[in-house]
Design a binder for this molecule. Structure first.
Ligand SMILES: Nc1ncnc2c1ncn2[C@@H]1O[C@H](COP(=O)(O)OP(=O)(O)OP(=O)(O)O)[C@@H](O)[C@H]1O
Ligand SMILES: [Mg+2]
Ligand SMILES: [Zn+2]
Length: 251
């Protein structure tokens, strides 16, 4: 057995935690004639280290989601409940809760309503729940007009950076669908995007200023049918644009 590490049964030894300096008990491990402690840091510090590692991992993943700076802190907690958006807040929060608990909602969400109602805010709040959970999900935020512009640039210029491909992400927020200039080319790109998410059964949260009917007309029947299967419509009926209301309130 020479050379094998041996644990000495229920013998304990007192050591000083290398991280916090507190004394703690651990098992001695013997290799050849040398005995050393099985642990160098106490259980409290080990747990704290694991929590820090998790924090770091979640922060890195959150940065990779690429949420617009202005909404980087948006959460359910700072969403002010208002009559026209109370329902959407409740639905998205329930949906987010299921994700946070490690579950998987059957369908994604299509948040639709007028500008400044809080659609992107709620979509970002669901992303936060997906990343800041025990087993973080890979998630991505794309703004449709920006994403299409990025794609167009990579087609025209070989050195332009490629926009993210949402295909590899378990959750994608597809923001401002229907705000793009609708051309045959853009409809084909959006069809591919929705078809891919539908075929792979990937969770998708869409925001749009258009009603589901107007969106269907803009996307075309094939893409619209995939969108219907992917996302349950959730209306927001804000009586005023939150952007201008808050600007007026602080002016
Ligand atoms: N109920 C609310 N409570 C707190 N902040 C809100 C609320 N609704 C909107 N906001 C804030 O108002 C701003 C506009 O909201 P958001 O970007 O979510 O609107 P939107 O519905 O996506 O609009 P658009 O259709 O123009 O994209 C954001 O800064 C958001 O944080
Ligand atoms: Mg928006
Ligand atoms: Zn310690």
């Amino acid at each position: 057995m020479a050379g094998d590490a041996q644990m000495a049964g229920d013998v304990r030894m007192n050591v000083t935690c290398q991280s916090c300096g507190r004394a703690f008990e651990t098992e001695p491990v013997t290799v050849y004639r040398f005995t050393f402690p099985a642990d160098r840091v106490c259980a409290v510090c080990r747990e704290a280290e694991a929590a820090n590692d998790m924090d770091r991992r979640q922060r890195v993943l959150w940065d990779q989601v690429s949420v617009p700076k202005i909404l980087a802190d948006a959460s359910f907690d700072d969403f002010e409940p208002r009559p026209g958006t109370r329902h959407a807040l409740a639905v998205t929060q329930r949906w987010g809760d299921e994700i946070r608990r490690g579950g998987r909602p059957r369908r994604g969400l299509l948040l639709h309503g007028p500008p400044g109602a809080g659609k992107t805010h709620l979509a970002v709040a669901t992303l936060r729940y997906a990343v800041y959970r025990e087993r973080p999900m890979r998630a991505i935020f794309i703004n449709v007009p920006d994403w299409l512009n990025g794609l167009r640039e990579t087609w025209n210029k070989s050195d332009a950076p490629e926009p993210p491909n949402p295909s590899g992400y378990a959750l994608a927020v597809i923001d401002d669908l229907g705000a793009e200039d609708s051309t045959r080319w853009s409809r084909e790109r959006l069809y591919s995007l929705l078809n891919d998410r539908d075929q792979k059964e990937l969770l998708t949260v869409v925001t749009s200023n258009l009603t589901p009917d107007a969106l269907a007309a803009s996307l075309g029947a094939a893409a619209a049918s995939r969108l219907t299967r992917l996302c349950a419509p959730v209306p927001l009926e804000a009586e005023s644009d939150y952007r201008t209301t808050t600007v007026e309130a602080t002016a």
